[in-house]
Design a protein around this ligand. Structure first.
Ligand SMILES: [Fe+2]
Length: 391
């Protein structure tokens, strides 16, 4: 996040003597996710962030691969995933490659007795159902329906949910999740034609400093294993911080769609990106306004990218019979396009209320056993016609 942010108490210069009222030094930590040259923040703790009391035995949450190589269009019913009490237990990876994982979660309970740290991946959490608060050492962010939460890897956090009905779509990225550089000028400011700008980001608020010692469980995820670490002090013991690395939220409803007289290609919907993938937001918008425009997309050959669509709400113009929480996976290598009848049906339509998140991994994804349990078996037949009618 190239927006500089400052909260709480910090000294006038970095790396100088900075003392607590007791006379003890505050403990400065440089927090960055790309060595010492990427975006980072300087954080001032009451206690050293290194005081490990106990280290428990790790356990595996590594996804089990069911299909290594795939060249078949597939679809999955995400809302068929049963809800699970615990946040970490509820997270299920459906697709993965060397750059990222793509999954879902339906947690019922807040994280009351532990904190979580993903040491592998930035997280991009899309809130499909539910609301609550993301708590971190940088402050907290309230979230609700339609929010993306971007959490840099290594951030210790806690999710609190307002009720038990929560549906999240979670993307993990082994590189920083960023906004498209083409939306920003050479100074990092969002350009006039960008579909969103600085005002649309919700940064951490209400920095609370917890001066507590005892036993604080942080579950740390590294290479698919969860390591239970017990720290001597509360991880949110920060009195102040400044910099450009911190979690933030942005609502999909703040993405301002770009429209035109004839069909605009998917890059106009781009919202985020990481190494070897992009994420697009399809939001309610006016359709193309050329008198003979075809609003539905043309068939297209995504030869060098898998395409994964996650349907959130509204009627999706190019598909028949799509449910909330449903995924489609259109693998790179074979063309795909609107379902039978969708092109004719779209002609003359003025607007759409569709809401969806599209994730395009440039390297092929493997499919997990958890995905197989949610799969609609015959989806790849869904473009077949018989006398002009889909069979
Ligand atoms: Fe597509």
């Amino acid at each position: 996040m190239p927006i500089y942010r400052q909260m709480g108490l910090i000294p006038p210069k970095r790396h100088i003597v900075y003392r607590q009222p007791s006379g003890a030094l505050y403990h400065e930590e440089l927090f960055g996710t790309e060595g010492f040259s990427g975006m980072s923040s300087l954080v001032y703790h009451l206690y050293p962030p290194t005081m490990v009391k106990e280290r428990g035995e790790p356990y595996s949450v590594r996804p089990k691969i069911a299909i290594e190589d795939n060249l078949q269009a597939r679809s999955y019913l995400g809302f068929d995933l049963p809800a699970t009490d615990d946040y970490l237990d509820s997270r299920k990876v459906l697709f993965l490659n060397g750059d990222m994982t793509i999954g879902i979660a339906a947690p019922r309970e807040s994280m009351n007795d532990y904190f979580f740290k993903n040491a592998d991946a930035d997280e991009l959490i899309f809130v499909h159902r539910g609301s609550g608060t993301l708590s971190t050492m940088y402050g907290s962010i309230d979230f609700g329906y339609g929010d993306y939460l971007v959490i840099p890897r290594g951030t210790i956090y806690r999710m609190r949910f307002d009720n038990a009905d929560n549906r999240l779509q979670i993307t993990e990225s082994y590189s920083p999740v960023v906004t498209p550089p083409r939306y920003r000028n050479e100074y990092g400011q969002f350009l006039e034609h960008s579909p969103f700008c600085e005002r649309d980001f919700r940064l951490p608020q209400n920095l609370e400093t917890h001066d507590e010692t005892g036993e604080f469980m942080v579950k740390i995820k590294k290479r698919g294993l969860i390591y239970p670490y017990v720290y001597n002090n509360h991880p949110f013991d920060v009195v102040g911080w400044d910099g450009c690395s911190y979690p933030y939220a942005m609502s999909i409803f703040n993405f301002e769609p770009l429209t035109g007289r004839i069909h605009m290609p998917p890059p106009i919907h781009q919202h985020f990106q990481g190494r070897n993938f992009v994420i697009c937001s399809f939001v309610p918008r006016l359709y193309d306004y050329h008198p003979q425009a075809i609003p539905a997309p043309y068939h297209h050959s995504n030869i060098d990218s898998d395409e994964i669509l996650y349907y959130v709400d509204g009627d999706f113009m190019s598909r028949n019979d799509i449910k909330q929480g449903q995924f489609t996976l259109h693998p790179g290598g074979i063309p795909h396009g609107p379902h039978p009848g969708a092109i004719e049906r779209s002609i003359g339509k003025k607007e759409t209320n569709e809401l969806a998140v599209m994730i395009d991994p440039f390297n092929p994804v493997k499919i997990t056993e958890d995905a197989i349990s949610l799969e609609i078996g015959d989806y790849y037949h869904s473009w077949m016609h018989k006398n002009g009618v889909a069979v």
